[in-house]
Design a protein around this ligand. Sequence first.
Ligand SMILES: Cc1cc2nc3c(=O)[nH]c(=O)nc-3n(C[C@H](O)[C@H](O)[C@H](O)COP(=O)(O)OP(=O)(O)OC[C@H]3O[C@@H](n4cnc5c(N)ncnc54)[C@H](O)[C@@H]3O)c2cc1C
Length: 454
Amino acid sequence: MLSQGRAEDLTGVSILVAGAGLAGLAAARDLARAGATVIVVEARPRVGGRVWTVREGFADNQYAEAGGEMIDEAHEAVKSLAEAYRLPLVRVLKSGFAFARPDSQGRVNIVKPAANRGWARMSRELQELIRLYRLAERRWDSPISAAIGRRSVAEWLNERGADDELRETAAGLRGFFLADPEELSLLALVDQYSSDSATGANRMYRIKGGNDRLPEAMAAELGDRVQLGTELMAISQRGRRVRVALRNKRLPSQIDVDYVVSALPAPLLRRVPITPALPTRQHEAIEQLEYGKGTKTLLQFPKRFWVSRLQPRAFGSAQPHGAVWDANEEQRGPSGILSLLAGGSASDQTAHIMAKQGIVGLARTLDWLGYRGEPITASTQVRWESDIWSRGGYAVFDASFDPALRPWLAQPNGRIFFAGEHTSLTWQGYMNGAVESGQRAAAELAATHRLSKE
Ligand SMILES: Cc1cc2nc3c(=O)[nH]c(=O)nc-3n(C[C@H](O)[C@H](O)[C@H](O)COP(=O)(O)OP(=O)(O)OC[C@H]3O[C@@H](n4cnc5c(N)ncnc54)[C@H](O)[C@@H]3O)c2cc1C
C-alpha cells in the first residue's frame, strides 16, 4: 500500500505524469502516496532519464555514471530520498577539484586551488555583481537581473580586460555549465557564485551501487503504474478533464485524466502540442531555453595510474577532454575508471579527437595526469546533445534568454503542472533540482485540487 494518509487526500483523482526521470518519479511518488491514481509514461526502455549508471563491459564488476553523478552536501532532497530507500551514500573526491592548465609553453600542469587563482578569484571578481543580484533577492524578473543577464560571460571578461588566468577559469567552467563563456549568460555565473555552494568547494557523494538505484527504487514502489516505451504525444485541456495522446511502439492511444504533470526536458516538451495554447510568455520560455552540449567518457584502465598521495583526483580544465575525475574510487578491484566531462564546445572537440584518433587518442590527451599508454580495458561515451530523449545535458541560460521568462518554466497552467531540472530555481542542472521540482509540482497539484473543492 502506497497511501500513507497524507494531509492532502487525492483518492479518486487520476493523474498522468510524463517522464520517469527523477522529477517525474518524485512527483508520481508523492501523488501516489496521497492516494491518486497515477500513470507514469516514459519514452525510454528504462527509468532514470539523465541518471544512468553504466555497468556493461567494465571489468571487476565496476560501474560509473554516464549522467548525473555528484550529490553535494546541500542536496537535501536527494539525500533524504536515498535515506528513505536505505541507499547509502559514499563520500568521494575528498580533496575536491584542482585545475589542469597549460603553462606559458602550452604544457598542461596540475594547479592546486589557491585564493588568488581559479574559482576563488572568479568569486572575488564577481563580488559587485553578486551584491547587486542579492539586492534583487536573486529574482530573475528584476531589472537588475535583466541588466546583468544581457551580457555573456565573455563580454564581461572583455569589458574588464581580464587576464589569461581568469579567462582560462571561465573557459574551464564549461565542464560545469555545459556552455562556453561566449554563450553563457553572466547572470547564470553570478547566480551560481551568489549561492552558498561555491563551485568545487563541497563535500561530494555518490550512491553506493550506482546512482540509478534511486530511480529504480522509486519505480519499484510505483510498480505497474510506470509504463516504459510510452511517449506523450499531445495534451488537450477540456473543461475539468485533460485528454492526453500517447504512443507505445507506434500504437496510438488516448486517455482522459484529471491532471497532467510534465517532467519532460524543455526540448521534448516543446514538441508536444498543448491545447488551448499556453500563454505567449510561457510558450516563449519553453521554446527559447537552450540545453548544453556535454559528452561524458568513461575510461577503464587495469590500474589507477592517476593516484598519488599528493594530488587530488578531480580536475577542472579548459582542455578538449573537459573536466576529469576518478569515477569509482570507492569500488573494489585493481581496475579504475576515469570520467571525462566535456561541456560546451569541448564536447565537439572530444568528438573531433574521437573521429581522428579514436578512444586511445582521447586517452593520450591525459599525459599530464600520468597516462603513458596503458591499455584501455573498456570505455563508454555518451554525447547528451545527441540523446533523443533529452537533446542536451541540462538547461543553459544563455545571453539571449530573457531572464524574466524563467519563472514561466515552472508556472502551472490550468490542470497541467511542470517539473524537471530546468524548472528549479535553486538547483537547476542538478539531480536535487529534478527531485525538488517533482515534489513541488505534486504539492501544487494537490493545492489546486483542494482549492477547486472550496
Ligand atoms: C553529463 C551529465 C552530468 C551531470 N552531472 C550531474 C552531477 O554531477 N550532479 C547532479 O546533481 N546532476 C548532474 N547532472 C544533472 C542531472 O542528471 C539532471 O539534472 C537530472 O537527472 C534531470 O532529471 P529530470 O527528471 O529533470 O530529467 P530527465 O532525467 O531527463 O527525465 C525526463 C524523462 O522524460 C523522458 N521523456 C522525454 N520525452 C518524453 C515523451 N515525449 N514522453 C515520455 N517520456 C519522455 C525522458 O526519456 C526522460 O527519462 C548531470 C547531467 C548530465 C547529462
